[in-house]
Design a protein around this ligand. Structure first.
Ligand SMILES: [Fe+2]
Ligand SMILES: [Fe+2]
Length: 372
């Protein structure tokens, strides 16, 4: 293998093809009955002191740090005493694709015969599942960002990451509090999301934490929070999401700004590894959105649902694809799409998300946001 030749899907993903349903379901099953309360991930990174205390050597990072310090909010200030009806929080299936028709229109769909009672139950469970995955993802961000404080070599980045640690603690707090006090259902971490978070934390290279967390996971989260915000009228959740999104926009911008500088010095072989990591993360996140646990809990056969979701025509699976609207432009901005032989561009084309490459990337979006 030459230095720019990419590894096979089997080596990157642990399966022969991206849409191998058996392996997707095996990963889910392996964790289905886990009762663990703590989850330990080995982390072999070096902690790094810098004696270069020159604050502002990286002016854009310094600006983010100053913004981070003055943008703190207190979770206690949200209107927690509002009554919330779990049935009407989020009308999934009604407002956003995939719609009820997409999921149940075909007579072979396991949901074809569902009535209003089943759909109501589905909406309640789907919102609990989504918010639970947000909660677990936020804890991933908390751990990853604490790790970045230790590992990143630049003082401006250590300063900024320290403010992000506080942001993430607050995000874990608000999603946890919402789930525990407003909903009657909660879900463990999705196995595909866990696999991704494990991989990110386990990697000893400091920039991989950024790529996995700030670019991929937080890029996706920013879009997912935006969709949920657009799809709910529930005032407490709307305000909570608006606060969290303002923080997340900074976090993704932090990733783009830091990696742009670092990637400009990497060799082709090193860039190839980053492309493969971005692809692996994109597939894990797509698999996470198949939400197998919801169907399992509702007693729906999981395999036909997963097959149905994977086979939705591109315009119908707009929800999953739109989620990549932040990730693909950020990968383009970092030069990962077209590096080498354009391998990542081909792979994103294959999973149906390349059309988002010219969406506004998060660092531009953040600059517009600050200017406004
Ligand atoms: Fe967060
Ligand atoms: Fe974040």
């Amino acid at each position: 293998m030459t230095s720019t030749e990419h590894r096979s899907d089997a080596a990157i993903l642990g399966r022969m093809s991206v849409n191998d349903v058996d392996t997707i379901l095996d990963i889910s099953r392996a964790n289905a009955h886990s009762t663990e309360v703590e989850h330990i991930v080995p982390d072999a990174s070096d902690a790094l002191f810098t004696w270069d205390y020159d604050k502002g050597a990286r002016p854009k990072l310094e600006k983010l740090y100053e913004k981070g310090k003055t943008s703190q909010w207190n979770a206690n200030d949200l209107p927690w005493d509002l009554e919330v009806d779990p049935n009407t929080i989020f009308r999934v299936g009604d407002q956003l694709p995939p719609t009820r028709e997409d999921l149940a229109g075909d007579p072979s769909s396991p949901l074809h015969r569902w009535g209003d009672k089943e759909w109501a139950e589905y909406r309640r469970e789907a919102v609990a599942w989504r918010l639970s995955q947000f909660l677990h993802g936020e804890q991933g961000a908390l751990l990853c960002t604490a790790k970045i404080v230790e590992t990143v070599p630049w003082i401006d980045a250590k300063y900024y990451a320290a403010t992000q640690v506080v942001d993430e603690a607050r995000h874990v707090e608000v999603f946890g509090r919402y789930l525990r006090t407003k909903l009657d259902s909660e879900y463990p971490i999705n196995p595909h999301l866990r696999l991704l978070l494990d991989d990110i934390i386990n990697d000893s290279r400091w920039d991989m934490t950024y790529l996995g967390m700030q670019i991929m996971v937080e890029g996706l989260a920013l879009a997912a929070f935006g969709f949920m915000h657009a799809g709910t009228e529930e005032p407490l959740l709307r305000q909570l999401l608006r606060y969290v999104m303002a923080d997340e926009a900074r976090h993704v911008a932090f990733g783009v700004l830091s990696l742009q500088e670092y990637y400009s010095h990497l060799t082709q072989a090193e860039i190839r590894e980053r492309q493969e990591f971005a692809f692996e993360a994109a597939v894990r996140m797509r698999d996470r959105f198949l939400s197998q646990e919801v169907y399992e809990r509702l007693g729906v056969p999981v395999r036909p649902m997963v097959e149905l979701l994977l086979n939705l025509p591109p315009e119908r699976s707009a929800f999953q694809r739109m989620l990549f609207s932040k990730i693909v432009p950020n990968c383009r901005k970092l030069g990962l799409l077209d590096a080498g032989d354009g391998w990542l561009r081909d792979r994103f084309t294959e999973i149906g998300v390349i059309e988002f490459e010219h969406h506004v990337d998060t660092s531009e979006e953040y600059e517009e946001f600050v200017a406004a």
